[in-house]
Design a protein around this ligand. Structure first.
Ligand code: FES
Ligand SMILES: [Fe+2]
Length: 431
């Protein structure tokens, strides 16, 4: 029996793009929020899945979520489900969660540990390297080597796992990965452990989740977070409102002190921002924190006694990282918080927040879970409310795209990055 010689790419097939969508993409007005269908239309959501999540590197989770061989997480987004697993050589691998027999979903749990990946339907059995090991009652000339799981590019960068569904990956990722390693490597996230994980389904489009995260224009709605950070994020001196001038002055002083600490510890801190000028858009910067300056806690003191890297002090502020299309990170001296945005449908998005601490930190001894998670749990719930209101309003027939404030320039950069990705895709697609 000859096996079908398919290893068709799953994400690279170009699907036709309708004239209606082409007109919407062509008609995008710079400096304004997107037209309503970008947030609530099924056909546009399918295009997002192909042109953005099917083509670009996306954040999937942390090495700390799968510490041992056989540990896995399944990641569902749009029509896709991907298994991220640590193989027997301790490498991070990723496969489409689809059986090569008749297509059954393989792993149904969100996380767990397996020796092999066994399909629950007719029990085809795959190794954690994706190779088909066992298939009962198939003909003698059945060639198992032709029915390995379909692989997905997976890469760990400073302990953060990224996936790319496309066979041809964006060629600038190495450069961005090196940059992330140089800033985040000292925090040793690859050897951290998960202290807590919080999944929140926001009733909004994934782009509203990302847009909301790219500005602090709404930070008055975050009383807990606002005392930890200097809520002047995104403002320039020219558009800084009077009410934020004291915070800007405190930030200036705290930065002076922090620069001295970062210099002594050899920690890179300069802002680097290429949000919409490359395929793998990013922003990174180390900044001081307010109050005690150590952590996201009600008084700013460290939440974890055992620090996450080999630092002599917890007072090293936060390393903030944004990556298009679906993630942001706060990496501190005592812990790190990672955020993955996973689209479910046009109007629903999963936001997964993960708190990482030193592998040897013990709950109840080195940290208190409530103190560690309270600020971002509250902030996430507040953001979910903002996103839901934006989804409601943009779905109202009365909605018209509105202008961004200068302090929302990173929202514009995100939208510009996104629309550029759609244009690239549409230029290659059949009508
Ligand atoms: S569909 Fe998986 S073994 Fe049949
Ligand atoms: Fe927010």
């Amino acid at each position: 029996m000859t096996s079908p010689a398919i290893d068709r790419p799953t994400a690279d097939e170009q699907t036709p793009v309708s004239d209606r969508l082409r007109r919407l993409i062509d008609g995008r007005v710079t400096g304004k929020s997107l037209e309503a269908p970008f947030y609530n239309d099924e056909e546009l959501f399918a295009l997002d899945m192909s042109a953005v999540f099917g083509r670009h590197w996306m954040f999937a989770g942390n090495e700390a979520e799968i510490p041992d061989p056989g540990d896995f997480v399944t990641l569902d987004f749009g029509p896709y489900s991907v298994i991220v697993v640590r193989d027997d050589d301790e490498q991070v691998r990723a496969f489409h969660n689809v059986c090569r027999h008749r297509g059954s979903r393989l792993l149904v749990d969100e996380k767990g540990s397996v020796g092999n990946i066994v399909c629950g339907y007719h029990h085809w059995t795959y190794g954690v390297d994706g190779e088909l090991r066992y298939a009962e009652s198939m003909p003698k000339d059945f060639d198992k080597s032709c029915f390995s799981l379909r692989s997905v590019h997976a890469r760990s960068v400073a302990g953060l796992i990224f996936l790319c569904l496309s066979q041809e990956t964006p060629d600038d990722f190495d450069e961005v990965a090196d940059m992330i390693e140089s800033y985040a490597g000292a925090h040793d996230l690859a050897n951290a452990k998960v202290a807590a994980q919080f999944d929140l389904v926001e009733n909004g489009n994934w782009k509203l989740t990302m847009e909301n995260n790219r500005e602090c224009y709404h930070c008055a709605g975050h009383p807990e977070l606002s005392v930890n950070i200097f809520p002047v994020y995104g403002y320039s001196d020219d558009d800084l409102p009077e009410r934020l001038k004291p915070a800007a002055e405190l930030l200036r002083k705290a930065t002076e002190e922090a620069v001295s600490t970062w210099g002594q510890l050899g920690l890179p801190y300069a802002a680097r921002e290429e949000l919409d000028t490359r395929s793998t858009g990013f922003r990174i910067e180390r900044e001081p924190l307010a109050l005690a300056g150590e952590s996201f806690t009600p008084d700013g003191t460290a939440a974890v006694k055992r620090l996450i890297g080999d630092f002599p002090t917890a007072k090293i502020g936060r390393l903030g990282l944004h990556l298009q299309p679906n993630s942001w990170f706060h990496i501190l001296g005592d812990h790190a918080v990672t955020f993955a945005t996973l689209p479910i449908s046009p109007g629903k998005t999963l936001v997964r927040t993960t708190w990482l601490v030193h592998a040897d930190a013990v709950e109840g001894v080195d940290y208190d879970l409530e103190k560690l998670t309270t600020v971002w749990r509250a902030t996430n719930l507040q953001d979910a409310e903002f996103v839901e209101r934006a989804q409601d309003g943009t779905s109202n027939p009365a909605y018209l795209p509105g202008p961004y404030s200068p302090t929302e320039y990173q929202v514009e950069a995100f939208v510009n990055w996104y629309v550029t990705r759609l244009r690239e895709y549409v230029d290659q697609a059949p009508a």
